[in-house]
Ligand binder design. Structure first.
Ligand SMILES: NC(=O)c1ccc[n+]([C@@H]2O[C@H](COP(=O)([O-])OP(=O)(O)OC[C@H]3O[C@@H](n4cnc5c(N)ncnc54)[C@H](O)[C@@H]3O)[C@@H](O)[C@H]2O)c1
Ligand SMILES: [Zn+2]
Length: 250
């Protein structure tokens, strides 16, 4: 095994609390396009045109066509080996998974108690009268009809249950993340580490004393501040260190 992998495996096997933060890269091997990188979604679409409250207010149908297209792509994707390893690790009580992904693949792989930092593409929420009342609902149909969808109780426009650029993170989600920062190892996997506040979590964990590592084939700007950077795909690394998160994490 590569030296760096060995180092990470050793840290994980001595850890009582392990927190993992994932980004779009963990789903790349499932065929889900990342936002940045050579085949990233933002190459052909500008985020400010689509993933903002302003864009939705201006043209809800266009925004929904984009989400509907992504939902139909995701419906055909399966969790990969990286999701599977994280699902196995999630059986240990000392383990927490935070994801920036909205694709639901961690849950489909069987991960328990996923902290969804940016919400879920499979959830809808009222954008009108019931907005903010916490009344989101799940709808997993690949193509929604009608488009844009409507809120059943009030008949108003519904939006996707995701956090858009410029929107605040749910305080309950932030509180759960805060608790997960007090860990022995914080592992950042498949994220470009540039979308804040998510990108700040690994640095906060380090300040609190965690050993911090990233797994990303392209080292990110954050890597220099972390204890370890493994420049390999998540789906190759995680199966090799599967046995490192053990019952000491209970
Ligand atoms: N799957 C999804 O749900 C999805 C997809 C695209 C973007 N997003 C959104 O993008 C925003 C943040 O961006 P991000 O940092 O998650 O994604 P990003 O697209 O900015 O970065 C993806 C990172 O993954 C790395 N990567 C590519 N293949 C990899 C692999 N096999 N193993 C490990 N790493 C790999 C890339 O080098 C890149 O640094 C979030 O708001 C998130 O909601 C979500
Ligand atoms: Zn409503």
């Amino acid at each position: 095994m590569d030296d760096r992998l060995q180092q990470l495996a050793k840290r994980l096997s001595g850890a009582t609390r392990v927190t993992v933060m994932t980004g779009a890269g963990v789903s790349a091997a499932s065929g889900v396009p990342t936002f940045r990188g050579p085949h990233g979604l933002w190459r052909s679409f500008r985020p400010e045109d689509l993933a903002t409250p302003h864009a939705f207010a201006r043209d809800p149908r266009m925004v929904w066509e984009w989400y509907d297209w992504r939902r139909s792509q995701l419906a055909a994707c399966e969790p990969n080996a990286a999701h599977d390893v994280l699902a196995r690790w999630s059986a240990h009580p000392g383990f927490t998974l935070i994801t920036q992904n909205v694709d639901g693949l961690h849950e489909r792989a069987g991960t328990r108690d996923v902290i969804r930092f940016h919400g879920s593409i499979w959830e809808l929420q009222c954008a009108e009268e019931c907005r903010g009342s916490g009344s989101g609902w799940e709808d997993r149909t690949a193509h929604l009809d009608p488009l844009p969808p409507r809120c059943p109780p009030c008949g108003g426009l519904a939006g996707p249950g995701v956090v858009w650029f410029g929107e605040a993170i749910d305080p309950a989600v932030l509180a759960r993340c805060e608790r997960a920062l007090a860990c022995d190892v914080f592992l950042s996997i498949g994220t470009s580490s540039i979308v804040y506040p998510a990108a700040g979590l690994v640095h906060a964990a380090k300040r609190l004393g965690a050993f911090t590592a990233e797994i990303n084939p392209e080292a990110t700007e954050a890597a220099g501040d972390l204890n370890l950077a493994i420049a390999m795909p998540a789906e190759d690394v995680l199966p090799q260190i599967l046995g490192s998160v053990t019952s000491s994490c209970d």
